[in-house]
Design a binder for this molecule. Structure first.
Ligand code: 5GP
Ligand code: MN
Length: 344
């Protein structure tokens, strides 16, 4: 039985079939492995099926995804705004993937908001916004990649899922579950992976391309942060890590170099709530992770202009790094009882 409602699947198929110009696929800004895996997997499937299809990303994405099939055709809006606008204007169907609010598009928001054609959203975040003609959103999926893969299997596009598309979908599932460390309570995720495996993907190679691809500078920054930029709050079962602009300069910081840092304090015995603050020119990027019941998206929504999933969330804090750290310390007593729910 399909996990996605059959009516939604049919609507999806119909909107795609009705597209006579081109289809544009859009991930969220600073796209992660799930956002890129989802759009590039779908890009390959639609291309194999004979559609004209383009990917327009609001911003660039980490180099350790620059091997995915189709990555060299991605149009980056922040680098090529005119080309992006033209690609969107010349299309008649836009498929937004892996985000739930238009604000997640940054400077590309108005292009999508004022779009004249049809729009679809395929996503797995809670509280999806009402900004598309068709909404396919389900938080029981580990990742958008798993959702789009399941959906495609119930359409006549299934025949066009090849090894390249399967590799992109697996990349999305692998990265959004931290290599099957979280968001994997649903057995269907492993069934999807089994099917992708039958399509000939090389999991070890994919894992290595994503996770064994860092620079020496990044490894040294990680060691530096673990030694000098981590604060543990044992009484709250929490930990905090931060990276200043100066640190970034000292270690030649590149997009994605802080990937995974926020998960590390969760390896400390007793720690179930972790935050990473990365200082930016105009704001502080916040990343949250938790284990178990404690919902970090509530913290992110209430205090850091963000959102996300129960165990993985993020936001943007428009003040100094010192104020972000202060805010974090102050909120701990408020959430203490809820954090304790995660202690087994
Ligand atoms: P990360 O910590 O890896 O940047 O983000 C974890 C999750 O938090 C993402 O999958 C996304 O759902 C959510 N997230 C990250 N940054 C933001 C943000 O600025 N706003 C909102 N609403 N969600 C975010
Ligand atoms: Mn995702």
């Amino acid at each position: 039985m399909e996990r996605v409602d059959i009516e939604l699947i049919n609507c999806f198929g119909q909107l795609v079939r009705n597209s006579s110009k081109s289809i544009v696929l859009v991930p969220h800004m600073n796209p992660d492995g799930d956002a890129m895996g989802s759009v590039l997997g779908l890009w390959r499937v639609l291309k194999n099926a004979g559609f004209k299809v383009k990917v327009v990303s609001p911003t660039k994405y980490p180099e350790f995804y620059h091997w995915l099939d189709g990555h060299d055709e991605v149009i980056i809006h922040s680098h090529h705004p005119k080309q992006s606008a033209r690609a969107i204007e010349e299309s008649d169907l836009l498929i937004c993937m892996d985000f739930n609010q238009l604000s997640r598009l940054g400077d590309m928001k108005s292009l999508v908001e004022n779009y004249a054609g049809k729009k679809i959203l395929v996503d797995h975040h809670p509280y999806p916004g009402d900004f598309t003609d068709l909404l396919i959103s389900d938080i029981t999926f580990s990742s958008t990649a798993e959702l789009i893969f399941s959906l495609l299997q119930s359409t006549d596009l299934a025949q066009y899922i090849d090894r390249n598309a399967a590799t992109s979908f697996f990349t999305g599932i692998m990265t959004d579950t931290g290599s099957f460390d979280f968001n994997v309570s649903n057995p269907s995720t492993f069934e999807a992976v089994a099917q992708l495996t039958r399509m000939g993907i090389d999991q070890l190679d994919i894992h290595s391309k994503v996770y064994d691809n860092y620079s020496p500078d990044r490894m040294r920054l990680m060691g530096f942060c673990l030694s000098n930029r981590m604060i543990v709050y044992p009484e709250y079962n929490a930990a905090c890590m931060y990276i200043t602009l100066e640190d970034q300069k000292a270690f030649n910081f590149k997009t994605g170099d802080n990937e995974g840092f926020v998960n590390m304090p969760l390896s400390i015995k007793g720690v179930v709530f972790s935050v990473l603050f990365t200082e930016k020119e105009k704001y502080v990027k916040a990343s949250f992770r938790s284990k178990g019941e404690f919902a970090v998206n509530e913290v992110s929504e209430k205090y850091f202009n963000g959102g996300g999933h129960r165990n993985a969330a993020g936001g943007e804090f428009y003040a100094s790094l010192a104020e972000a750290l202060d805010q974090f310390e102050k909120l701990l007593p408020e959430f203490e009882a809820r954090i304790k729910l995660s202690i087994k």
